[in-house]
Design a protein around this ligand. Structure first.
Ligand code: AMP
Length: 210
């Protein structure tokens, strides 16, 4: 099963991808997490991506498509995968088709912009494994420590309010057209993001019949 999770930054794609990943036993592929690791390790791709990410802009398509192509060629993706944060532009979606990747379902998690701003303000992520938390809605058991791997849980620099506004604008301009793109291909299911993570998970798992 090859799935795509679509939605604004902070809509809950990463959190729900984790839920589906453990339920279906297929990997979650977050281009944001891969890029952050590349920046941290100072790789060539990381150096190219950093300025775009810091500003809340999209990393150029050719860079992200190259990263994604390499990742889905790995053996753990043989039985399927969940794309979280890719595609983010129509050319990225077209690149998947050119690669011959068949997408079974696209789940859009829909959350109003005002809620997105509140969610991103309280979001915290694990520096080591990328797991996502929220200070109010989905807190870690011990403050600042990842429940899953014990890594340090921090606020992302690009979750600062000014950067969030740019990321939201970029979402509406570049990524939201993918809703119609996948609707036109009969692949899209829209789920309304709920305030309780587990309520959204039920809707998402229903949508993928898991
Ligand atoms: P995310 O963790 O998904 O919010 O991604 C963090 C940042 O990484 C984004 O704001 C972009 O700068 C970059 N990024 C992640 N995925 C993509 C993508 N598919 N296309 C372009 N840029 C991306």
């Amino acid at each position: 099963m090859n799935l795509i999770l679509l939605g604004a930054p902070g809509a809950g794609k990463g959190t729900q991808a984790e839920v589906i990943s453990s339920k279906l036993g297929i990997p979650q592929i977050s281009t944001g997490n891969i890029l952050r690791a590349a920046v941290k390790n100072g790789t060539e791709w990381g150096l190219k991506a950093k300025a775009f990410m810091d500003a809340g802009d999209l990393v150029p398509d050719d860079v992200v498509i190259g990263i994604l192509k390499d990742r889905i060629a790995e053996s753990d993706c043989a039985k399927g995968f969940i794309l979280d944060g890719f595609p983010r532009t129509v050319p990225q979606a077209e690149a998947l088709e050119t690669m011959g990747v068949v997408i079974d379902k696209v789940i859009e998690i829909s959350v109003p912009d005002e809620d997105i701003k509140n969610r991103l303000g309280g979001r915290r992520v694990c520096e080591s494994c990328g797991a996502s938390y929220h200070v109010e809605f989905n807190p870690t058991k011990a403050e600042g420590v990842c429940d899953k791997c014990g890594g340090k849980v921090v606020q992302r620099a690009d979750d600062a309010p000014e950067t969030v506004l740019n990321r939201l604008a970029t979402y509406h301009e570049a990524t939201a057209p993918l809703v119609d793109f996948y609707k036109g291909r009969g692949k899209l299911t829209t789920v309304i993001g709920q305030s309780e993570v587990s309520d959204t998970s039920k809707l998402v798992l229903d949508a993928v019949n898991a």
